[in-house]
Every structure is written in C-alpha cells, then in structure tokens.
Ligand binder design. Structure first.
Ligand code: PSV
Ligand code: MN
Ligand code: MN
Length: 386
C-alpha cells in the first residue's frame, strides 16, 4: 500500500464547494430551530463560508441559490467573496417555491408557466456572468402525486424543449448541470427521477451539459459508486451534491452515516479520472444543519471528504488489479479494505500544519472566538435557508 507521504501531494487538488444555504436556519416540516449567529444577509453567509476555507484550506468556493441569495449587485458580491478569500461557485436555480410551479416548472402543461421557469434560468445565467460562476445547476421539484394526474410522457418532451432553450444561452466556458432525485416533493412520479433520465437529457443537449449526483437522492441500497463509474465513463459527471442519509434525502453531514460509502465513491472518482487538476467535476456539499452548529458542521463535512479521499488514494491500485486479474476474490477485497481501515487522521493533521493550516480545524475554530463573535454581533433577525 502507498504511504501517506506518497499520496499527500494529490491532496493539494482537493476543492469542495460549500452551499450558502448550509449557513441559514433550516429544519423539517415540523420545526425550524433558530440559531444564534445565523447570517442576516448573503454577505454574512459568504463570510461564514470563507471561515470554513480559512480553517481547512478545503473550501475555496461557495455555491449560491437564486432567489435565496438574490442581491442587487452580483459583481459587488463577487468582489466581497474575493476579499474574504473565496470565489462564487455554482448557481442553483429554484423553481420550487412559487405558487405558479405547483404543478411543475420546466415541465408544466401550460407554456406560460414553462416560459416563466425558463426565464428564471436565463436570469441565473445572467447572474453567473457577473459572479464568474461556471455552473448552472438545475434541480426540478416537478412531478405528480397521482396516477393519471399528468401526461408523464409529454412532460419529458416539454422538459427537453425547456432545457434546450436554457442550454442555448450557456456560454462555451459554462455548463448546465442537471440533478435528479427519486422522490419528494412529488410522490408518484418525478420528471427527473434518476441518472438515466438525467443522462438522456444532457446527452441530447450537448457537450456542456452534465449530471449532478446528489448522494441522498437514490432508493435505499442503491450502489451509488456504480452510478459514479457510469457517469464518468460517459464523460457526464458534472458535480456532486454530497451529504449523507439514513433514510431518504436527509441532508446530514457527508461521511457521518456511511463513511465506507464515501470511501467507495471517492475510489471510483479517482479511478475514473474525476479527481485532480485534469478533472472538472465539482464537489459540492448540499446539507442542512438543523440542530448542530452550522460552521462546525461544514468544517466536519469537508474534513470527512478529505479523510476518505486520502484513504481512497491509498488503495494499492496495482495490487488490486493483479488480484482482480487473478480472480482472487478475497485478495482483491482485502487490498480495498486495507486502505479503508487505515487511519490517516494524524498524518492529515501534520500535513495541514506543514501548510500553515490548523492541525485540528474543529478545535481551532472552537478556540477562535468566531462563533461567539457572530452570536454577539448578529442580532435583529436571521436568514432562513429557504
Ligand atoms: C433537492 O432535494 C436538493 O437536493 C437540490 O439540490 C436543491 O437545490 C437543494 O436540495 C436545496 O436544499
Ligand atoms: Mn441536491
Ligand atoms: Mn436533496
């Protein structure tokens, strides 16, 4: 197995995008708990995101959700982020919180509503021009609850037309990234329920259209790393929305529910060329911190991704291949598991320190006084994630 020192230079390439909405108050349909120190503005969310980067060196970009992060001057917002030491990343559209979209947005049976949803995406593309963002990420809440309620076939045609209208405005250095989700908010059918549907649509659009894989958006026991391998093989894995789940779209801290799954995903990413300077896969978090503190929740998340990436990099690929080629079932499995069971935490702490970062970012943040300061300063209303 390679030593930590042999793989550590590859850790330099790790960059994770944090979501602005992770810093706002969120919850379930039962209750949204308010937290002291929650940002009151988009700028304060960006300041918190930049704090995660300062303590970890892992999170150089913050993703925005429009209109949750609507401001008058996006160029000024970009400069503000840069002054804080980060860039603005993916722009996420939102066609799920307007009454007009009750029966769908880009797939609605009424062309007037479809056009409204398309126009929202064109507005997002305008925002991307000002923020310097590369990716427009589209997640659709569209679907139906009852058999017969909607023409599920016609909606695919309307979706294709709507996406084509949006894609036509995507610049050469920009990408359209389509996210799928098995269910919720619609429970009978979703218009983009799975990676196959998403892949079909982005392949029809063209080179700059790719798929977003949200790790919480599958049926239980789905082999997610197989989907990773398939999308990379097709050259269509655009981005991840990382989070973890016990049941459905739980949006918990990535690597907390199933670190082994994160390890397996990172292995397929590395094996498939999705990691490193040559790759354009965006590694985003899509999480909510409903009961835990939000900035530590984000720090923990990016550290979990780093830890499982380091372990996945340590798989002895040659020994693995040799065992696979020899048909050595348990030998190959052992090579894989040896890396998974390797504790890299002390090595990572020393590596961070060698790069001028805190060895223990969680502790360093707790001791920094930042949390106390925002709790004291940010009075008079807090932002919701939605
Ligand atoms: C939908 O469940 C989703 O995963 C999409 O990425 C949305 O943009 C995000 O959650 C918002 O919470
Ligand atoms: Mn998502
Ligand atoms: Mn989700």
């Amino acid at each position: 197995m390679p030593t930590f020192d042999q793989i550590s230079s590859q850790l330099e390439h790790q960059a994770i995008e944090v979501p602005s909405w992770a810093y706002g108050n969120s919850g379930t349909r039962f209750k949204v708990f308010g937290a002291a120190g929650t940002p009151r503005s988009v700028e304060e969310k960006i300041a918190d995101a930049a704090t995660v980067h300062r303590f970890t060196g892992l999170a150089p970009k913050v993703a925005l959700h429009i209109p949750w992060d609507k401001v008058d001057d996006y160029s000024a917002l970009r400069r503000y982020a840069q002054d804080q030491g980060i860039e603005i990343g993916t722009i996420n559209s939102n066609t799920f919180q307007d009454d007009d979209y009750k029966l769908g947005g880009l797939t609605h049976h009424d062309p007037v509503v479809r056009q409204k949803a398309i126009d929202h995406h064109l507005e997002c593309i305008r925002v991307m021009g000002e923020t310097g963002s590369r990716d427009l990420k589209i997640w659709l809440a569209d679907g139906s609850n009852y058999p017969g309620q909607a023409d599920i076939r016609a909606r695919q045609d309307w979706l294709a037309e709507s996406l084509a209208a949006i894609y036509a405005q995507i610049a050469d250095d920009q990408r359209l990234v389509l996210e799928y989700k098995i269910f919720e908010p619609a429970f009978y059918h979703m218009d983009v329920p799975d990676w196959g549907t998403a892949l079909g649509h982005v392949q029809a659009l063209g080179e700059n259209a790719t798929v977003c894989l949200d790790t919480g958006h599958h049926a239980p026991s789905t082999n997610v790393e197989f989907i990773v391998a398939q999308l990379l093989r097709a050259g269509k894995l655009g981005s991840f929305d990382f989070n973890s789940r016990f049941y459905a779209d739980d949006d918990l801290i990535v690597g907390s529910a199933d670190p082994f799954q994160l390890f397996r995903i990172m292995f397929e990413v590395i094996r498939g060329g999705g990691y490193g300077p040559e790759s354009d896969v965006a590694f985003m978090l899509d999480q909510c911190h409903n009961i835990e503190k939000k900035i530590p929740g984000q720090i923990r998340s990016v550290l979990n991704v780093q830890e499982m990436t380091a372990r996945a990099l340590m798989i002895d690929r040659e020994a693995l291949k040799a065992a696979q080629q020899a048909g050595d079932v348990l030998g190959a499995h052992e090579v894989f598991m040896d890396a998974f069971y390797t504790d890299v935490r002390a090595d990572l702490a020393a590596w961070r320190e060698s790069r001028g970062l805190p060895a223990q970012p969680m502790r360093a943040f707790a001791e920094s006084g930042y949390q106390e300061k925002i709790e004291a300063d940010r009075v008079g209303g807090t932002q919701l994630s939605w």
